[in-house]
Write a protein of this length. Structure first.
Length: 94
């Protein structure tokens, strides 16, 4: 089974793993995500009523190597990453 991280959206797909062209060197921020519980309390109510929960945002920091066949190929791969890794797009991380 191949291990790595795949990020995809409507602009494309980039896979980071242990092989070319995108080599995942390190990743940080993968600990369990913090949750904020939403509770309400009415007057004269014993305890609270749970309304739901939300996950707090977190940042994943990845260090990757771009390994192209030539300088031009490395530049092309860098543009491909920039195109897909856009924070304004809805992306899927697997």
């Amino acid at each position: 089974m191949k291990r790595g991280i795949i990020i995809e959206n409507n602009r494309g797909r980039v896979e980071f793993g242990n092989s070319r062209p995108f080599v995942l060197e390190t990743i940080e921020g993968t600990k369990a995500n913090e949750v904020t519980n939403i509770n309400t309390k009415a007057p004269n109510q014993d305890g609270v009523t749970r309304q739901g929960a939300t996950y707090n945002p977190r940042t994943l920091l990845m260090r990757v190597g771009i390994m192209g066949e030539s300088k031009a190929d490395t530049d092309r791969l860098g543009r491909e990453i920039s195109k897909v890794l856009n924070g304004k797009l809805n992306s899927k991380l697997t």
